[in-house]
Design a protein around this ligand. Structure first.
Ligand code: PEP
Ligand code: MG
Length: 538
């Protein structure tokens, strides 16, 4: 038994036999040619054939893993039609009077080197895409493409290799591909994206000798380990767990595309909580019906300075576009308390959870607030965007926010930017807000209950204090009564009412929430399908 530690690329576990995969790379020889134009013609013909086969791979990926995993094959087709790339190869052929294969490999090597030299992980990962494309063209030119047999796996296998391209991965029989172990590879590579959308656990940074081929192994990509020659008991345990998880995933996958509706026909909006553009992608992949809470403070916390209007606009716009017209509820900056950004130099407070946080901070720092409002209003042109206000305790705060929104709109108009008006929602996460939810509902367009803070403030128990874990009880009757009151008040004044705190995904309360009349539940993406299944059984 030997344990290897690697980089976790796609989470999951697997048990199976190790299988070595080596790329059948065509050796490219330089051949000096008399007629470069003939080589250019061969290059164009190879491009046409490669695009055709990529189109087929795109269709396969689309039907097997959907948009996220198939996008790379679309991008490859675009790269093959890229004029700069085409010109670079043709120039190389003409200038050096060489065969098309050689010119392609040389041009690609330059591009690969260029991408690899970037610090940015994402751009570096594009080097592999260029390699994949050039290999494909060379295969076509050498006639290897037609000859290459796709790998057929007859038992559950953990494939190990130096690296594997998306085109190679999509062509492997997935029914027995239990896991993937590579020497090189990053989380941003398209191979990783594809493996993720296929649900194949993947670990990188593992240097295994080809002689390990055929050994039994277990892969734990939560821990980042590969164990070769495991004990029979361990192998069996992982195998059973993996089967159980696969079974569960299959059952959940059946929920995709179905309505979130109870047996007696009551429909509920099942939204996702996110904090980034990647989160929106995960929400879509989980079939969320919208974003119920976009925690924007993470944009501020991840940066060493306040994100500009433009930077924020790009992020909100990307999320709106990813969600393809589904609701995107963007919560304005909820910084303070446990979420501190040093560059903001917030005053030190004795009791920060009750201090200058959320909307209080934004109303005191109008420039900071209006920058974010302008970015959101502009992004609203790209989808169904709404604004959600954190930590509201009074009507006056909403009126003040409306004034800032008007100011932001006027500034945008003056500067000639396009924007859209958006609905304004209020978080009910203080007892004060719950108790006056009738008044707030008259000023707001919708309400969203933040049970995490509502619980801590209702029970006067700090949610950050591990010593008080046993007291922080979101099932407390006080919290449930406030939720019920909020729903009643919201509905009385025409507001939809959602829950976006952690309690929204508590399965023991789902039926209670439905009986109360809650219109929307916003939960982490991984909870969307389990919750839909539960609601459809009620
Ligand atoms: C909440 O308080 O319930 C909530 C959703 O907001 P956060 O957890 O970000 O404070
Ligand atoms: Mg909160």
């Amino acid at each position: 038994m030997q344990t290897y530690h690697g980089k976790k690329i796609v989470k999951g576990i697997a048990a199976g036999r190790l299988k070595y995969y080596s790329r059948q790379k065509h050796k490219v020889k330089r051949i000096d040619v008399e007629d470069p134009e003939e080589q250019i013609r061969r290059f164009h013909e190879a491009r046409r054939l490669a695009r055709e086969s990529l189109k087929a791979l795109y269709d396969t990926a689309m039907s097997e893993v959907g948009r996220s995993g198939s996008a790379i094959f679309e991008a490859y087709q675009i790269l093959l039609a890229d004029q700069e790339y085409i010109d670079a190869v043709c120039d190389n052929i003409r200038k050096n009077k060489v065969n098309a294969e050689y010119a392609i490999s040389k041009t690609s090597a330059v591009l690969e080197k260029l991408f690899s030299s970037f610090e940015d992980d994402y751009i570096r990962a594009r080097a592999q895409d260029v390699r994949d494309i050039s290999d494909r063209l060379i295969e076509v030119l050498s006639g290897d493409a037609a000859a290459a047999e796709p790998l057929v796996l007859t038992e559950p296998v953990i494939l190990f290799c130096e690296g594997i391209t998306p085109s190679e991965l999509i062509q492997i029989d997935k029914s027995n591909l239990a896991g993937l172990v590579t020497l090189s590879g990053s989380s941003n590579s398209h191979t990783a994206i594809l493996a993720r959308s296929m649900g194949i656990p993947m670990l990188s940074g593992i240097d295994l000798l080809p002689t390990e081929d055929g050994k039994k192994a277990v892969l734990d990509c939560w821990e980042g380990t590969l164990i070769t020659d495991p004990s029979t008991a361990l192998f069996r345990e992982v195998e059973q767990k993996q089967q159980q998880l696969q079974q569960e995933a299959l059952l959940l996958a059946e929920m995709k595309g179905l309505a979130t509706v109870t047996k007696d026909g009551r429909q509920i909006d099942l939204f996702a909580n996110i904090s980034s553009v990647d989160g929106a992608k995960r929400a879509m992949a989980s079939d969320a019906e919208g974003i119920g809470l976009f925690r924007t403070e993470f944009l501020y916390l991840e940066s060493d300075r306040e994100p500009s209007e433009e930077q924020q606009f790009e992020v909100y716009k990307a999320v709106a576009k990813i969600m393809e017209g589904k609701s995107v509820i963007i919560r304005t900056l909820d910084i303070g308390a446990d979420k501190q950004a040093s560059y903001l130099k917030l005053p030190k407070e004795d009791n920060p959870a009750m201090g200058l946080r959320g909307i209080r901070l934004c109303l005191q720092w109008p420039q900071l607030f209006e920058t974010q409002l302008r970015a959101i209003l502009r992004a609203a042109c790209y989808g169904k965007v709404a604004i959600l206000l954190p930590m509201i305790i009074s009507r006056e705060e909403i009126l003040q926010v409306r004034a800032h929104i008007e100011k932001a709109k006027a500034d945008l108009e003056k500067a000639g930017y396009e924007y859209r008006d958006v609905p304004l929602g209020v978080m009910i996460e203080t007892p004060a807000a719950a108790m006056i939810s009738d008044l707030l509902a008259q000023e707001a367009d919708f309400l969203s209950i933040g049970t995490n803070d509502l619980t801590q403030y209702a029970l006067a128990v700090d949610r950050q204090n591990p010593e008080l874990d046993n007291l922080i009880d979101p099932h407390h009757e006080a919290v449930l009564r406030m939720i019920r009151l909020t729903v009643e008040n919201g509905h009385r004044f025409g507001c939809k009412v959602g829950i976006c705190g952690e309690l929204a995904s508590d399965p023991t309360l789902t039926e209670t929430f439905l009986q109360m009349g809650v219109d929307e539940l916003s939960v982490s993406s991984s909870m969307i399908l389990p919750l839909r299944r539960q609601i459809r059984q009620l």
